[in-house]
Design a protein around this ligand. Structure first.
Ligand SMILES: *Cc1c(COP(=O)(O)O)cnc(C)c1O
Length: 414
């Protein structure tokens, strides 16, 4: 009961107060170190500027906080458990806790962000919502909250991705969203993002664009990080209750764009004793030409409205990424993560398809939890950490494996 009461209060933790500035907080121009900013066509400026001027005031208004936290509790199912995985701990020789984002409504952490942004859209008097989606997970999380609030929802999705991810296309339709195919280029996520941007330019007054990760022009990376920060806010309280200290030795999370990692790291950014471990998809191997290992291969450049690290050719063309996991199949990372990499605040570990699949199947057999293949990448990195018996490691289990069943079946080996 006592923990429940702490979780439900509308009190704002010190480190989320907008004026609190640290080496890892965004500055007023939207930069984390040399990364971030807002590189957008002039036509988008009014929309992004409206958001920039209002997001902090809205996010930290008592009215927003009350509704956001109530929905997280009663609709999403928060706080998600922090689970001491005993058999996995024994196998790895350290204390391994799993933050169970896989138990969130819709099966992953993404809904923390869409719940927050739909409440923000309402407060900006927006009547319509647009989103982009790759594998469809963010599209489903967006369609879900639009149904919840009775708002019109259009999701742009690459035509090729619609073919590959049929169940999620149908889920979005059942939820009442319109799914529009992006038919240009490679007909994948980046093309869907371009179409969504174009739509927003043409409908600036009544439409809010819900971006699904800590990417895009300022203020999106900061806004999404603050909405996902609920993850580490809960970890601190839960760890204190279970171990007597709010501080683990390590926090480990996978990085696609970086939203689940940003949420899991957020309240530990200024705790130097806590090692932050970001895990990226190495696909068939970092130097195989088929990977999404952004920090290992990337160079600074502008992607989707912000200065960050991205995989690109010598003349600056974005390289098509590859990973077995659709959620990590992104050619960049959010600017916060680029800064955590450049400043060495976080360690980045590449994990191959093969290591991730093995780790996913191992978790299933040792703990009875089938993880999303994205989350399995985070688990696979644990064996690279040279853990000591006294170490307390929190792994953010970003999602559940239901959506990946076909990939597990095709992979076999269980
Ligand atoms: C989308 C997704 C990711 C990757 O996105 P981030 O923004 O990096 O968190 C990771 N895990 C799951 C389960 C996802 O659905």
């Amino acid at each position: 009961m006592r923990r429940g009461q702490q979780m439900n209060q509308t009190h704002i933790p010190m480190s989320t107060v907008p004026t609190h500035s640290t080496p890892f907080a965004v500055n007023e121009r939207g930069y984390y170190g040399q990364f971030g900013g807002s590189f957008i066509p002039e036509m988008l400026y009014p929309n992004v500027e409206e958001l920039r001027q209002n997001y902090l005031e809205i996010l930290y208004s008592p009215d927003f906080q009350e509704q956001y936290r109530q929905l997280l509790r009663d609709y999403v199912g928060r706080p998600t458990p922090l689970y001491l995985a005993s058999r996995l701990s024994e196998a790895l020789g350290a204390h391994i806790y799993l933050k169970r984002e896989d138990l969130c409504h819709t099966g992953a952490h993404k809904v923390n962000n869409t719940v927050g942004q739909i409440l923000l859209a309402q407060r900006l008097n927006k009547k319509k919502i647009i989103a982009e989606t790759g594998a469809g997970q963010h599209g489903v999380a967006t369609a879900t909250v639009c149904a919840l609030m009775g708002l019109e929802c259009i999701v742009y999705m690459g035509a090729h991705d619609m073919e590959r991810q049929k169940p999620n296309v149908e889920r979005m339709k059942i939820l009442g969203a319109e799914v529009r195919p992006a038919t240009s280029g490679s007909q994948t996520l980046k093309d869907a993002t371009n179409e969504a941007m174009r739509h927003w330019i043409n409908n600036p007054q009544d439409t809010h664009y819900i971006i699904g990760s800590v990417v895009g022009p300022h203020p999106y990376p900061d806004m999404v990080a603050r909405l996902q920060a609920i993850i580490s806010e809960e970890i601190r309280l839960q760890l204190l209750e279970k171990t007597g200290s709010e501080l683990p030795t390590h926090v480990v999370a996978c990085v696609g764009g970086g939203s689940n990692a940003a949420g899991a790291f957020y309240h530990y950014l200024d705790e130097p004793s806590v090692k932050l471990v970001a895990v990226e998809a190495a696909g068939k191997g970092v130097s195989s030409g088929q990977s999404a290992a952004t920090t290992a291969l990337g160079k600074p450049g502008v992607l989707h409205g912000s200065q960050t690290l991205l995989m690109q050719t010598d003349d600056g063309q974005v390289v098509e990424p590859y990973s077995i996991s659709a959620g990590l199949d992104y050619p960049g990372i959010g600017p916060l993560h680029a800064h955590l990499y450049a400043s060495k605040r976080a360690q980045f570990i590449p994990v191959t398809d093969e290591a991730a699949m093995k780790a996913g199947i191992h978790l299933a057999k040792t703990e009875g939890i089938i993880p999303a293949i994205e989350s399995a990448h985070a688990l696979a990195a644990l064996s690279e950490l040279k853990l000591q018996p006294q170490d307390v490691v929190v792994v953010n289990l970003s999602g559940r494996g239901d959506k990946d069943l076909e990939t597990y079946i095709r992979w076999g080996g269980y």
